[in-house]
Design a protein around this ligand. Structure first.
Ligand code: SAH
Ligand code: SF4
Length: 343
């Protein structure tokens, strides 16, 4: 396996069959090399993103997600602008210089105006912080207006780069073509862009993951969000099994070697699959964590999947726990925006 890892380091790309071998390898060399490259690029610093789950209303019906429109058991909420700014202030005090506003595709934000006001308020109050949006598909003009209002980055996972697989995860109204178009629009506008996929989503094969890697190569994003699929009992996939941890870790390692400077989170889903999942992710090349700074109150209601961690904590609890976890593996949270390092 060593020769394939060395080839990936040199060429930053592999043939499909070679990727497939690496996806399932148990040779520790892959992860060791990915961890080395992470340290070469970022030292012992881990970038933190304060995550604010600001609305769980969603008009979409993705089959995997607990926030889907058809889930009548989901107790809906939407944070006020003041609550969001308060969360930012708590995150700022904890040293976070990036705020991620994540939510369902909430019809309240169909028109741009309330979102623009929100972004502008954060921009004015926290001028030294990056603003990341993770709010789904919108028009080019809407993305552009959000960028002009002060948003810096956008996370929109492509979920799978295979059309047929995409159609098995989403209702007809949603298409991979549109998802990809959104990602290219965001790039063109100038956002730092993150795509990504779940590992082990229903009907996913290793070939699909290879297609994901090829799509990532083509899009050339600044970030990739990649965690295991976890079932949510109130969705059509409630009885499916969770994604495989080993493959998830190998994907993280492959991504680090494909794109050494990539901002690559050790996801909450990985930490939900296993208690030290995020630490394992970092040891396999991830360099970002996303501590939750949402008010405790709403956390239980923002259930993309069952068993989400940290739902009884407040921002400070989450922050202290995260800092301790990082210390245990010889890392520390960087107090900076953690922008993509060009070059
Ligand atoms: N509505 C926005 C942002 C919120 S969902 C959007 O869809 O982009 C953010 C991410 O959570 C999704 O992209 C998906 O990859 C992930 N997610 C949703 N349900 C999940 C599940 N059951 N297991 C693991 N990840 C899930
Ligand atoms: Fe809505 Fe995002 Fe969940 Fe799909 S994944 S149902 S768009 S919150």
């Amino acid at each position: 396996m060593k020769h394939l890892v060395d080839k990936l380091i040199e060429c930053r790309h592999l043939l499909p069959d070679e990727y497939k071998q690496l996806l399932v390898t148990t040779d520790p060399y892959l992860r060791q090399k990915a961890n080395e490259v992470r340290k070469q690029v970022f030292g012992n610093k881990i970038f933190a993103r304060g995550l604010i789950e600001f609305t769980n209303y969603c008009k979409n019906d993705c089959y995997y997600c607990g926030l889907r429109f058809s889930n009548k058991n989901c107790n809906r909420y939407r944070l006020s602008v003041d609550e969001i700014l308060e969360s930012c202030a708590e995150g700022y005090a904890l040293g976070y210089r990036t705020f991620v506003l994540q939510g369902g595709e909430d019809p309240h934000y169909n028109s741009d105006e309330p979102l623009l006001q929100l972004v502008k308020s954060i921009r004015v109050q926290f001028p030294d912080c990056a603003i990341t949006l993770s709010i789904g598909e919108r028009s080019y003009d809407s993305y552009k207006a959000l960028y002009n209002a002060g948003a810096d980055r956008f996370l929109l996972r492509h979920e799978t780069a295979n059309d047929e697989h995409y159609a098995k995860l989403h209702p007809k109204a949603m298409t991979l073509a549109n998802r990809k178009q959104c990602l290219y629009d965001l790039k063109e506008i100038g956002f730092q862009v993150g795509c990504g996929m779940m590992i082990g989503s229903p009907h996913q094969t290793l070939d699909h993951i290879v297609e994901d890697l090829n799509f990532i190569k083509e899009l050339d994003p600044e970030m990739v969000g990649c965690g295991p699929f976890l079932p949510h009992s109130d969705t059509p996939f409630g009885k499916e099994s969770a994604g495989n941890k080993e493959i998830t870790l190998n994907v993280l390692a492959i991504l680090r070697l494909m794109k050494p400077n990539l901002n690559l989170p050790a996801t909450t889903a990985l930490g939900t699959l296993e208690d030290d999942g995020r630490e394992q992710g970092i040891m396999c090349g991830a360099n970002v964590v996303m501590p939750n700074i949402s008010p405790t109150e709403g956390r239980k209601k923002y259930q993309l999947y069952d068993g989400k961690i940290g739902t009884t904590d407040n921002a400070t609890d989450s922050g202290i726990k995260m800092a301790e976890r990082m210390k245990k593996i010889g890392c520390e949270i960087a107090v900076n925006r953690g922008d993509y390092i060009n070059g």
